[in-house]
Design a protein around this ligand. Structure first.
Ligand SMILES: [Zn+2]
Length: 346
C-alpha cells in the first residue's frame, strides 16, 4: 500500500473520533441538561443513540425499575447503545423506582421492623419502608452499590427513588419527621454509600413529588444530594407560574411552584433538576396503548422554561416513555416537535 493511501486510511479511521469529540465538546458547553426519559424497551427497537443528538438532547435516561436496564446493559444491544452514546457525547442515566430492590419485600418475614407501620400500627411490606430503621438503612447502603454498578451512570448522577406517591411509615420514630425528611434520610444513606464505595463524585437525587413536595427542614442534604423536582400534580393547561391554574388534588400551579421555591432554600439551584411531562405521550394517553400523538404546547413550555430559568434551574428531564419505532411510524410529526422542544430547553 502506498504511503498516501495509508495516510488517507488513517484519516478516515480517525474522522469519526474527531467528529465525536467535537460533538461531546459542543454538548458539554451547552449549559442546559436536556434529558429524555424513556422506557428501556424503547431503546431496543429505536436508535435513540443516533436520534437523541440529532433532536438536540444531550442525555438519555431509562425510567423504569432496576431490572430492565440491568438486563438491557448486559445484552449486546445495551453495550452498543452505551458505545454509540459515548461516541456522540450523550450522557446515560437511569431514573428508577427502586425501593423494592433496595429492600426486598421477602425480608419481611426475617425482620418486619424494617418495613413501614400503617396507621393501625401494623407492619406492612407494600410500599416504602421504616425509614428510621438502622437495619433497613444498612441493607439499602449495601445493595445500592450493586445496583449502581449494574446500571452505571455516565455523568455521576443517580436516581434511586422510593414510593413517594404512596403511604409511608407511621411508627413513633418516623412520625417525628415529614415525608420529605424521611425520604431525604434515605437519599443521604444512598449518597454516602455510593460516594464511599463506588463513585466518589456520585450525585444522588432527592425526589420532590406527591407526598414529598414540602421542603425538608429537620434533615439536611448530605454531600452530593441534589433536588429533583417533579411537577406531576400541576396543570399543563396553564403555565406553571399561573397562580390560579387548578391542578390535581386541590393544588394550584402556584402552590406547586411555591414548593419548588421552598425546596430551593434547602438545595442549591445550580445542581437542581426538574422532571417534567410536557412531551409525555404515555401520561397524556392515561398510560393506555396505543399512545397518542403528543399534546403539543410550545407556548406553555417556553413560559415554564423561563420560570425555571429565573429560579436558576437549567437541568431538565422529560418523560417520553413509549417512543419507539412503531410510535414514530404512527406519529411522524412528533420527531419534529421533539427537535423544537429540545431547542426550547435553556
Ligand atoms: Zn418507621
Amino acid at each position: 500500500m502506498k504511503k498516501s493511501s495509508i495516510f488517507i486510511l488513517l484519516l478516515a479511521m480517525l474522522q469519526p473520533a474527531f467528529a465525536a469529540s467535537k460533538q461531546a465538546a459542543a454538548s458539554s458547553k451547552d449549559k442546559a441538561k436536556k434529558c429524555i426519559v424513556l422506557e428501556t424497551s424503547d431503546l431496543y427497537n429505536y436508535d435513540w443513540a443516533t436520534a437523541a443528538p440529532n433532536m438536540g438532547f444531550n442525555t438519555i435516561s431509562t425510567g423504569t425499575d432496576v431490572l430492565q436496564p440491568t438486563i438491557f446493559l448486559r445484552e449486546r444491544a445495551g453495550k452498543l447503545f452505551l458505545r454509540d452514546c459515548k461516541a456522540r457525547g450523550i450522557e446515560v442515566e437511569h431514573q428508577l423506582h427502586a425501593i423494592d430492590d433496595l429492600l426486598p419485600r421477602t425480608l419481611f418475614t426475617q425482620d418486619s421492623t424494617m418495613f413501614r407501620m400503617d396507621k393501625d400500627g401494623r407492619r406492612r411490606a407494600d410500599y416504602n419502608l421504616c425509614y428510621t430503621s438502622p437495619a433497613a438503612q444498612a441493607i439499602i447502603a449495601k445493595r445500592v452499590v450493586r445496583y449502581a454498578k449494574q446500571t452505571p451512570s455516565t455523568d455521576h448522577r443517580y436516581y434511586f427513588w422510593l414510593d413517594e406517591g404512596a403511604d409511608g411509615c407511621h411508627c413513633p420514630e418516623c412520625s417525628k419527621y415529614t415525608r420529605s425528611e424521611l425520604n431525604l434520610m434515605i437519599t443521604n444513606v444512598i449518597a454516602k454509600a455510593l460516594r464511599a464505595k463506588y463513585d466518589p463524585e456520585a450525585m444522588v437525587a432527592h425526589l420532590a413529588y406527591y407526598n414529598t413536595y414540602e421542603a425538608p427542614r429537620q434533615v439536611k442534604p448530605a454531600e452530593g444530594v441534589f433536588l429533583e423536582f417533579s411537577s406531576y400534580l400541576r396543570s399543563w393547561a396553564q403555565p406553571l407560574k399561573c397562580d390560579t391554574a387548578t391542578a390535581r388534588f386541590g393544588y394550584t400551579n402556584g402552590k406547586i411552584l411555591q414548593y419548588l421555591k421552598d425546596n430551593l432554600e434547602v438545595f442549591p439551584a445550580s445542581t437542581a433538576e426538574v422532571i417534567e411531562y410536557w412531551i409525555d405521550a404515555a401520561y397524556q394517553s392515561n398510560y393506555r396503548y396505543p399512545y397518542r400523538s403528543i399534546i403539543w404546547m410550545p407556548k406553555i413550555i417556553k413560559q415554564d422554561v423561563k420560570t425555571y430559568n429565573k429560579l436558576g434551574i437549567h437541568r431538565f428531564n422529560c418523560f417520553a416513555a413509549g417512543m419507539d419505532s412503531t410510535y414514530f411510524q404512527q406519529h411522524p410529526v412528533v420527531k419534529e416537535q421533539l427537535k423544537q422542544f429540545a431547542k426550547m430547553l435553556k
